[in-house]
Design a protein around this ligand. Sequence first.
Ligand SMILES: *Cc1c(COP(=O)(O)O)cnc(C)c1O
Length: 405
Amino acid sequence: MWVRKRIDIGWGGIGYGLLRCLFPGKAVEHERSIASQLPRPEEAVICFSVRSGFDLLLTALKFPEGSEILLSAMTLGHMADIVRAHGLVPVPVDLDPDTMAPDMNALERSIRPETRILVVAHLFGGRCRMERIVEICRRRNILLIEDMAQALGSGRRWGGGQSDVAMFSFGTIKTATAGGGAVLRVRDAELGNEMRVAQAGYPLQRRMPFAIKLGRIACLKFLGYRFPYGLFRRLCGKLRIDADLVISRGTRAFPGNNLIVMIRRRPHPALIALLSHRLSQFDPRYLRRKTMIGRLLRDELSCMVDMPGKNALAQTHWVFPLCLGNSGEVITKLVAEGFDATARQSMEVIHAPAGREEMEPTRIAEIYDRMVYLPAYPEMGAREIMRMARVLSVTLNGVARGAGK
Ligand SMILES: *Cc1c(COP(=O)(O)O)cnc(C)c1O
């Protein structure tokens, strides 16, 4: 069985992280070496997670209560929770499903005098065209943030140079994971410093939970090989355990309802050391192979089925979503053929707040419930990708005939 998503770290990387739990070294030195890889090192703010960094940013900015924060209408639900925790109002901006970029009409309509920030999420491993967005934000005096959590290595390594803040995540399922951590590029030096000062007051991430997290990542990595994953799925079937749920719980950060307390941490030096190590070892060749495999699958499927984000810029296919009318049936077929497709979403549709019903993101809501994620990575090889495409084609044709009767 081909697992839906590979954890992007090698055994050497996990070993390095565990070793650093014993001999963490100095945080400032690791931070300096991370910063030195950025186009402008002085912009780097190293955080416990993107969620922590975004929260720090809102803390430093101190916008008046009721200020509006525009968010890409599909993103991590926690991003909206963090906005609300600051007494601010998250307002969704609908997306164009073809590119997953903000719909320009929706963006123009969304802006009001109380609008302070726009957060553009670059989704699924591709990027949004930014020129017009940058222009609009400048003209309307809105702080522009790029959420690059899913787009590391799409285009230039540290894309996101046109915005005021760009956020890169190294969480469990992200490209070049370090088992957590985030790098924020903050253009305004004063703002960056205020964030660093606020962060210095936070409790330090504890070492043991980080070591345990690396252990969990090692388990997920082992389970992600084809044979162990097949065994795991069969075992779950026998025991009547929902394998889908086990996998998604295993990768989720900050579960429960204590989000704000949990994200307000300083990253442990061991985490910063691993993050620095992961960046220095970053190999664009793997991402290029992943891009090629994704492209192969896209070209096979493009005439049969809709793919959200298919026309995004520099699409690396970090994940491979499709839009189907009969996802349940298709998933059953794919799973039976050894492809771990899933309809489980880690992101949510952000709904319009009361009084701003006109901002309800209808275009993205319309496809959200029909989305299915396929496994697609270089380890599968072209033959298996083509086999999966055939299974899909046969299933979809069968369904179409059935519906035509
Ligand atoms: C993963 C992700 C985040 C959160 O990153 P963390 O570092 O885990 O907090 C935010 N936004 C998007 C779009 C993501 O995919």
